[in-house]
Write a protein that binds this ligand. Structure first.
Ligand code: ZN
Length: 502
């Protein structure tokens, strides 16, 4: 097979340049969250705005468009299948970068910055009407973008496709209906049991006084053992944990709380799951779709699989418990292994805040947001009606209404940045994680015995081959079908939650 086409070499070189530029901007962004002195915000803003302009110029350069067009016009046998994946993804991204007028892009950036401050103030004051006009404006911009990019009839699909190429609202709707039918009764059953335990006076385990330096050591040791490569990455501290960087320079962050060691541990394992995916992408193809994640849902499937299916399991805890006791002999004296494992798998009925939710309830928070976004875009729900619709749906799904909009409709930052269509990826990722896990268990006999010995190479090697190395060749549906032999669905997630919490 060819691929020696000059236009294809040119395309790859241009995509690589854009990728390098993006990685520089990414480091500035990481540094802003981890290291920035308080007085440097305006200066950093100027640096990042310049980088964003350079990135946009690279991504929308006419010469890039010409290279894509030349590849598309080449005879059928000039490019192999992988090269055609690269060209198709480059076309999609190029159109997104060029078809939106600069005024609209800067209008959205300006609105997002104003809306963020308005949202933070409105949330503190529990005043939805103060935020509503910003949300209206974001929806209007999203509709205009959809019109310009050929999604005029189904603007919500564009919002979804941005985070998960190839996915759309109708297919997610069907999957979420299946999940909802099983999950709501399961959650109510688990809630009732948790309420009974609480009535018997069995409160959550109180953990106190875990030295932050020792936590940092432990978190690093655990994530390295799972397979995160610290020759090609770091772990630092930020207000909100995230995974940044790219290629040979991944940047994980976490936060430490002396009275909640499990928070740093699980958030670090989650971010390390994202980081291991990135480290498993084919670096020789950096900048092209062959070295990009398949989408947000696939990304989230990796972080969740390590965080939940692996690191909350009994087998993993058999290895972890002695590590924990060695790191924190004082604070763990008198705490049983059973209590510790239960604390790692605690469920919290009636919690109104998505980011604090456990594995069982988390997906209900997502079903709620997806349903409301869908109706907002369809025009069957007006912004002014949103708080009431939120509360009513919250009661249906989570069993109670929020006490105020601060723990209801105003709790998430996403809408202030116009980031619609982002939430469903979390639950799709949970579904994929459960399906991948069921397949891994079947294909890798005794895999849980590995965990009990602190060995994770077999699982990581399997994920590397089946998911990471595949890049963006498939969407979430095709990836799930190839690896698991089944369609993406809610069954495996429901089965997993039932087995672990039911
Ligand atoms: Zn994540």
């Amino acid at each position: 097979m060819g691929n020696e086409l000059a236009a294809y070499a040119d395309l790859r070189a241009r995509l690589r340049r854009a990728h390098v530029l993006g990685s520089v901007a990414g480091l500035l962004g990481w540094d802003e969250q981890v290291n920035l002195p308080p007085g440097a915000a305006a200066q950093r803003g100027e640096q990042m705005a310049l980088m964003a302009g350079l990135e946009h110029a690279e991504a929308s350069a006419p010469a890039l468009g010409a290279a894509i067009a030349a590849c598309e016009a080449a005879p059928g046998d000039a490019l192999d299948k992988d090269a055609r994946v690269v060209v198709a993804a480059a076309r999609r991204d190029y159109d997104r970068a060029t078809k939106l007028p600069a005024e609209l892009v800067s209008e959205k950036a300006r609105l997002s910055s104003e809306a963020y401050h308005a949202w933070a103030a409105a949330r503190a004051a529990r005043d939805f009407p103060a935020f509503a006009p910003f949300l209206e404006k974001h929806l209007e911009i999203a509709r205009r973008e959809a019109e310009l990019l050929g999604y005029g009839e189904r603007p919500y699909d564009l919002a979804i496709d941005r985070h998960d190429p190839g996915l759309d609202a109708a297919r997610i709707d069907a999957l979420f209906a299946e999940l909802r039918a099983g999950l709501v009764p399961l959650a109510r059953r688990i809630d009732a049991r948790a309420e009974e335990a609480r009535a018997r006076g069995e409160g959550p385990l109180a953990l106190k006084g875990f030295d932050v330096g020792a936590q940092r050591e432990l978190v690093r040791r655990v994530t390295a053992r799972l397979g995160f490569d610290y020759e090609r990455g770091r772990l630092d501290v930020s207000l909100h944990p995230f995974c940044g960087g790219a290629g040979d320079d991944l940047r994980l962050t976490t936060r430490f709380d002396a009275d909640n060691p499990l928070d740093a541990l699980y958030s670090s394992i989650h971010e390390a799951g994202h980081g291991m995916y990135e480290q498993g992408l084919a670096r020789e193809h950096a900048g092209t779709a062959l070295a990009q994640a398949a989408g947000m849902a696939a990304h989230e499937s990796q972080s969740r699989l390590w965080e939940n299916q692996v690191a909350r399991s009994r087998a993993f805890w058999r290895w972890l418990e002695p590590e924990l006791r060695a790191a924190f002999p004082g604070p763990l004296a008198g705490v049983s292994g059973e209590q510790l494992h239960a604390a790692a798998n605690a469920v919290e009925p009636g919690g109104m805040i998505r980011v604090d939710a456990d594995e069982v309830h988390y997906n209900l928070h997502i079903l709620l947001r997806f349903d409301l976004e869908k109706r907002l875009f369809a025009g069957t729900l007006r912004v002014a009606e949103l708080p009431e619709a939120w509360d009513a749906l919250c009661e249906e799904l989570l069993g109670r209404r929020p006490a105020h909009v601060g723990e209801g409709v105003l709790q998430d930052v996403h809408w202030s940045g116009g980031a619609f269509g982002y939430f469903p990826s979390y639950t799709l990722g949970n579904m994929m994680a459960a399906q991948l896990w069921a397949t891994a268990r079947a294909k890798l006999p005794g895999i849980e015995d590995d965990f009990a010995r602190g060995e994770f190479d077999r699982l990581l090697g399997w994920l590397r081959a089946e998911v990471h190395a595949r890049g963006r060749r498939e969407d979430a549906f095709a990836l799930t079908r190839r690896v698991t032999g089944g369609e993406l669905g809610a069954g495996a997630l429901l089965g997993y939650l039932e087995e672990r919490y039911g």
